[in-house]
Design a protein around this ligand. Sequence first.
Ligand code: PMP
Ligand code: GLN
Length: 384
Amino acid sequence: LLGPDGRPGGTVFERMSRLAARTGAINLGQGFPDVDGPPQMLEAAVAALRNGGNQYSPVAGTPQLREAVAEHQARFYGIDVDPEHGVLVTVGASEGIAAAMLAFLRPGDEVVVLEPHYDLYGAVAAFVGARLVTVPLEPPRFAPEPDRLAAAFGPRTRMVLLNDPHNPTGTVLDDAALGQVAALAAAHDCVVVTDEVYEHLRYPGPHRPLAAVPGAFERTLTVSSVGKTFSATGWRVGWVSGPRRLVEAVRATKAYLTHSAATPLQLAAAAALGSPDAFYAELTEDFRRRRDVLVAGLAAAGAHPAQPQGTFFVVADVAALCARHGAADATALAPALAEETGVVGVPVSALASAARAGDYGDWMRFSFGKRPEVLEEAVRRLAG
Ligand code: PMP
Ligand code: GLN
């Protein structure tokens, strides 16, 4: 049973979660929160389940959630989207990204992405027969080089798939980089799909969506979801927003993937998006504190973490830990760290292309999207 990337045993996140379950280690591998989201969101889900919100929603999503997404984009970013034609609800950000790729890509098309990158991008490109052209984020700074970004574009470039804030590196694009991506996309007339699932995990905020760069909106599909912002990765509710022409093309594809997302959870997601500004501010502050705990703990353990400016991940150079455990690289370290230290991380090379995996051989990703006491315990274990 091989995945489209030819690797056995499922996604790296599945494999690392299995490793944590088997060894009883603290799972800082797969990124998911270990607490429930806001109580008023949970109550809204219960109310929707009890009050007949249990049949198909429209393919584009419930009007309530489409309105809430449009209001969120206006409130935080000053972006004006049409809730009727410019918002599409999807089964997580995953379906939004996949449907956008399936809608716009044809065999032989090229997609510019940052590397390392979320595994789904490569898998869906393989389904379509499209090719990822990657712009490496090189250790230890993990910032995109303008020359390499420009060099990734060519006559076959059809799409830019931009994950910002960036999983796994925690990198956040500055204004110059966002402007350069927008200019290159315009010059090569391509569609931009942005993966902004970590939009509210940004230190310091606020997040700046590419769609807010002057002139970029008309070619940009912005994707996000409830998973990280509302600690509800299992709900599988996400959305795509942008200009009508692009959103309708994604909708036409999405209709034949899943028809629609879970109706009661869409209604609850609409309630959650309407949370007061204080909720969002506390979320960011809370995750910033957790970041500081894990970054300090990794440094104290002899690893060299790269300070993340966004997401709930930190990548660290774990060469010293590899030496301690007699492991050749972070991939070999993963089982040893689980068994001997009781902590699981994800080797960054698993999120890189075969050609560049070696550049990330010493790097491991750890998630700080966990309760403070869990992080404190992980830090104690790492300290030995
Ligand atoms: N993009 C990135 C960068 C992610 O880390 C994840 C995993 N949370 C997703 C997309 C998938 O999001 P969802 O769970 O909403 O499908
Ligand atoms: N987004 C999560 C991560 O990067 C994993 C989600 C998944 O298991 N596909 O860890």
